[in-house]
Structure formats: structure tokens, C-alpha cells
Design a protein around this ligand. Structure first.
Ligand code: GLA
Length: 389
């Protein structure tokens, strides 16, 4: 029984040996078929969790206020004093600290615990390792201390943790998809009402292939928040003539055209992208339900062009991968995924051709950028859940 506090200097692997786990949680990354940068505009998204995850082992340590965490994958330690949860200089720590603080703000009684974290998710790849981490901690502590928060509360407070501790003013898509997804389904989420529909997905004989550029431009956070602000500015201008409109979700292309002369080019392009992307998500759902994968693929390509030319969140590495795929008929669709400025593309590739395609595109990418591409095959999976208690 551990009742003694230990010092961060003496916190090492030995402390976590022979770990008597009380609770294990698995928390997946997510993909998004279509609907990028629409979530914080109250729009629609079509994501799902994947079969690549973060695993957590928790135990209470019988202290009132000390938490000891060990990230096996990064061989890093974190010690938290529950009486003083503050922002750290280490980004990964803030996802955890932020969730604990948000729980405390909601009067949750959390006591000392230990946790080992092991991740299969690459960081900065646009597959939401951050939401997987936040939601794994949130659902884990909810169970360990019997906090009785609903899944929706845990999703929202994980999102708030990212706003308040990490500084990214993200939407709700990642946390929602990471928690609510079901195996072999994709989720159509209405980010205004949080109503959702689970849509069965069977894309045989095609596969979902992620191609990781292995770059992550550090513009990501500042440009992300800037895009969000630009959309808000668009709405403020539109509201002067259409006072009932509260977000880009309610804007149509004719409304935008009507106000084109009031919006500068940048704001007009941002709004046009979001309005068109919302339409594309709804069309994509229709196509998916009919099994029309070719049209789904075309919509994905159109989404990428919007992200590239109107929303300006792509980069040359992502564009190269999408352009390359356009010349290959065995790839039905491809687009950048997530916030942008690096990370992965999502590709729908014929299964018989996948191996050959990875080889071809990796070698072409290496030639141009001198960077190794990573390929990850994924399938739609269950969301964050407690595996053992
Ligand atoms: C990041 C954010 C999400 C969403 C996407 C872009 O992943 O966390 O909320 O805005 O970017 O679609």
C-alpha cells in the first residue's frame, strides 16, 4: 500500500514496476472523412474513432493530493499536486492537467492516483492524439473516483481543457468522435445541437489509408485560432443584414453572394469554404448510405481544394500527396485531415493496390521532400471505454 508521497526526483520506472492496476482504459485516435473546420462553426462533421489507441492503467495511491504519471512511450514522468494544478511548459502535460482542473472546477473530488500511459498514436499527425489523451484521463478518473459525470459532460470538459490549458480554441469534433464512436460506423455529428447519427460503413474492397507527412508546421495553433476568428468576423458582418444568423451553419451561398462586396477577400473565402464544406458533408452522407464511394471520394477531393485555396490551412507536403493520388484511379479520394499545416492525408485506396501505392507514393515523396512518409491502415472502431475495473 502506497501512502507515502514521493519526490519527483525519485520518481522513476521502479515506482511503476509490479503495478497493481485497478482500472484500464483505452482511448482511440480519430479520422474524419469530411467536414473540416466546420465544428466550431456549428456545422456538420463525419469522423470516427480508429483502431490505434492510447492505453491507460490507473490505480489509487492512497495519498490525498499526489498523482504520479509515467508515459511509457516517451519515457517521461509527470507529478501533479492536486492542490495546485497549473499550466506547464510541456504541452503533453497540459492535456492531463487541463482535464484535472476542469473536473475540479466542477467540484469533482479526485484524490491521489498513479497512471501508466502507453500510446500507439503519432503526435501532430492530425489524428487527435490530444483528444485521445484528454478523454482517456477524463473517463478514467470518472470511473476510478466514481464521479458520475455523463459522457457529454466529459466530452465538453475535455474540449475546455484544450481551450484553457493548451490554448487551442478547438471545436467539439475530436473529443466527441473519440468518445462516442462505434466499431464499423462513422458518426454524423451536428455540432450545433450535438445530435448524432451512427452510419454503418463498409468500404470493401477499399481501405482507409492514412499517409503521415511527418511534418507539423508550428503555425498550427496560432493559425487555427485565427481561422476561427475570421469566421466570427464573417458572421458579425453578415448579421448586420441578416440578424437571425448566429453562425456560418445558417449561411447559404446566395446569402454570401449577396454580401460579397461587404466582405474582404480573405473573410469571403473562409466563409465560402465553410458553407460549401457543410453542404459537402450532407452530400457525402447521402452517397455513403447509397454505397457510392466514388462520389464520396470526389467530395473528399473537393474538400481538400477548399482547404488549400480558400481556407489556406494546407501545405506543400499535403498538397503533393493529394495531387499524386489524383493521378491514380485506384484511389477514390484523398484530403488533408484535422487542423492542417502538416499531419496526415486520408485516402480511400483499393485494397489490392494499397501496398504498391504506399511504395510508389513514399518514394515520390522522399524524392521531393527528403522525408520518410509513414503509412497507417485504419478501421472505424469503438470510442474511449473502460476495459477493466
Ligand atoms: C482540430 C480541432 C477540431 C477541428 C479540426 C478541423 O482537430 O481539434 O475541433 O476543428 O481541427 O476540422
Amino acid at each position: 500500500m502506497r501512502t507515502q508521497k514521493i519526490n519527483l526526483k525519485t520518481l522513476n520506472k521502479t515506482y511503476f514496476e509490479n503495478f497493481e492496476t485497478e482500472l484500464t482504459v483505452s482511448s482511440p485516435g480519430r479520422i474524419n472523412f469530411i467536414g473540416e473546420h466546420t465544428d466550431y462553426n456549428n456545422g456538420f462533421v463525419l469522423p470516427t474513432a480508429i483502431d490505434k489507441k492510447i492505453f491507460f492503467s490507473f490505480r489509487k495511491n492512497n495519498t490525498i493530493d499526489q498523482c504520479n504519471l509515467y508515459s511509457k512511450s516517451y519515457n517521461a514522468f509527470l507529478q501533479i499536486d492536486l492542490t495546485n494544478v497549473v499550466i506547464s511548459n510541456e504541452e503533453w502535460e497540459n492535456y492531463i492537467l487541463g482535464v484535472i482542473k476542469e473536473l475540479q472546477n466542477k467540484n469533482a473530488v479526485i484524490e491521489g492516483f498513479d497512471c501508466i500511459i502507453e500510446s500507439e498514436l503519432p503526435i501532430g499527425a492530425g489524428i487527435s492524439s490530444s483528444a485521445a489523451l484528454e478523454c482517456g484521463i477524463a473517463l478514467g478518473l470518472n470511473s476510478l473516483f466514481n464521479l458520475k459525470f455523463s459522457l457529454e459532460d466529459l466530452i465538453k470538459l475535455s474540449r475546455d481543457a484544450e481551450h484553457n490549458f493548451v490554448g487551442t480554441k478547438c471545436g467539439i469534433m475530436d473529443q466527441f468522435a473519440v468518445v462516442m464512436s462505434k466499431k464499423a460506423h462513422t458518426l454524423l455529428i451536428d455540432c450545433k445541437t450535438l445530435e448524432y447519427e451512427l452510419i454503418p460503413i463498409n468500404i470493401f474492397p477499399y481501405k482507409i489509408l492514412l499517409l503521415n507527412t511527418n511534418i507539423s508546421h508550428n503555425l498550427a495553433t496560432s493559425e487555427y485560432n485565427k481561422r476561427r476568428r475570421e469566421c466570427e468576423i464573417g458572421v458579425e458582418i453578415i448579421q448586420k443584414k441578416y440578424p437571425d444568423i448566429s453562425s456560418l451553419r445558417e449561411v447559404t451561398i446566395p446569402i454570401l453572394e449577396d454580401l460579397k462586396s461587404n466582405l474582404n477577400d480573405t473573410i469571403y473565402n473562409r466563409c465560402k469554404y465553410v458553407v460549401s464544406e457543410n453542404n459537402r458533408v450532407q452530400e457525402a452522407v447521402e452517397k455513403l448510405k447509397k454505397g457510392d464511394l466514388k462520389s464520396l471520394g470526389t467530395l473528399m477531393y473537393n474538400s481538400h481544394q477548399g482547404l488549400r485555396h480558400l481556407y489556406n490551412v494546407s501545405c506543400s507536403e499535403l498538397d503533393f500527396l493529394v495531387d499524386f493520388s489524383l493521378q491514380h484511379e485506384n484511389v477514390l479520394g484523398a484530403r488533408m485531415m484535422g487542423g492542417g499545416f502538416g499531419g496526415c492525408t486520408i485516402n480511400i485506396v483499393h485494397e489490392e493496390y494499397t501496398k504498391e501505392y504506399i511504395k510508389e507514393i513514399s518514394s515520390a515523396y522522399k524524392k521531393v521532400f527528403d522525408i520518410d512518409l509513414s503509412a497507417i491502415e485504419v478501421s472505424p472502431s469503438n470510442g474511449t471505454h473502460v476495459e477493466y475495473h
